[in-house]
Ligand binder design. Structure first.
Ligand code: PMP
Length: 309
């Protein structure tokens, strides 16, 4: 369900939804030089609205821009405030939560790869349900290892969430969905598991060892990945940040994806091989339950991660 909000924050002010336009000569539209974020605000257990790890997302947006040398004419504090303003202005629409999308990109002016035009910055919000479906969250999804490879770390800037880089993700996602699966798993150029098209990946092997690919793999430094690492380690479990092969997924007990949009989504099948019992396993369920409690403000240990609107 995509909700048409009333306002968009665009280049420093709130404008009506219909006025959130850019010109077709927008440089980023042609060449992909932009950065973006995906952030969620949740309805907390006491009926308020709180943005989850807002500052970390804005910091990553600024880091992404720094990587591609895109000048953003706003400070971290200004972007945090812009995001909160947008929600405050439309609180009546987002009482049950919101998905927030800050985006910054090179605007129109000159064309050509050497151009440097003024940066446009927008923040939009809409109502976005479970990215891989409510059923996916509850029962697990079916994934397929993609024929598309995650780009080498010297091709894509993997520490950045850069718009143009998402063509690779879209090719993988479409291939998987058209073949009847829910999501794609991409390998790196050496054949080790990297991440899904828009999520990081965790697995639990038969010995109960929890693993996720390290940050030296071509993966996004996911904020949900970081959250899950903390939740697991705080619960006394150890997690290995190591590379592993696709067949390790075939014979493991549990797999789950982590991401702001997908939250914690269990994987019940990979490449037509049942994972574990073919349903969400205990570690994935623990992570999912804990995550949803944390984002809804029910766990005081992680209160710092919430910014109330
Ligand atoms: N990997 C990719 C390629 C993504 O696009 C995302 C979504 N931002 C993630 C992982 C998960 O990142 P996060 O937990 O910060 O949303």
């Amino acid at each position: 369900s995509v909700l048409r909000a009333e306002h968009i924050w665009l280049d420093g002010k709130l404008v009506k939804w219909d006025e959130g336009n850019v010109h077709v000569m927008t440089h980023a539209l042609h060449y992909g030089l932009g950065v973006f974020e995906g952030i969620r605000a949740y309805k907390t257990h006491d009926g308020r609205l709180a943005v989850f790890r807002l500052r970390e997302h804005i910091q990553r947006l600024l880091d992404s821009a720094h990587i591609i040398m895109l000048h953003i004419p706003y400070t971290e504090d200004q972007l945090v405030e812009a995001t909160l303003d947008l929600l405050r202005q439309q609180k009546h629409l987002f009482a049950n939560g919101a998905y927030l999308r800050p985006v910054a990109f090179m605007g129109d002016g000159a064309m050509g790869l050497g151009a440097v035009n003024p940066t446009r910055v927008a923040v939009t919000a809409w109502d976005w349900g479970a990215y891989l479906g409510d059923k996916g969250i509850r029962e697990g999804i079916r994934a397929k290892v993609s024929s598309f490879t995650r780009m080498h770390v010297n091709v894509n800037m993997v520490r950045g969430k850069i718009t143009g880089q998402y063509v690779n993700s879209i090719l993988a996602k479409r291939e998987a969905v058209l073949a009847g699966y829910d999501e794609a798993i991409l390998l790196d150029i050496s054949g080790f598991v990297a991440e899904a098209s828009g999520e990081n990946i965790f697995m639990v092997n038969k010995k109960g060892v929890i693993k996720t690919p390290p940050l030296s793999s071509p993966i996004l430094d996911g904020i949900t990945r970081d959250t899950v690492l903390k939740l697991l380690r705080d619960s006394g479990r150890t997690v290995e940040e190591v590379t592993f092969t696709r067949d390790a997924l075939y014979i493991c007990n549990e797999i789950f994806f982590t991401g702001t949009a997908a939250e914690i989504t269990p994987v019940r099948e990979v490449d037509n091989r049942q994972v574990g019992e073919g349903k969400p396993g205990p570690i994935g369920k623990f992570v999912q339950d804990t995550y949803f409690r944390v984002v809804r403000g029910q766990d005081d240990r992680y209160a710092d991660w919430l910014t109330y609107v």
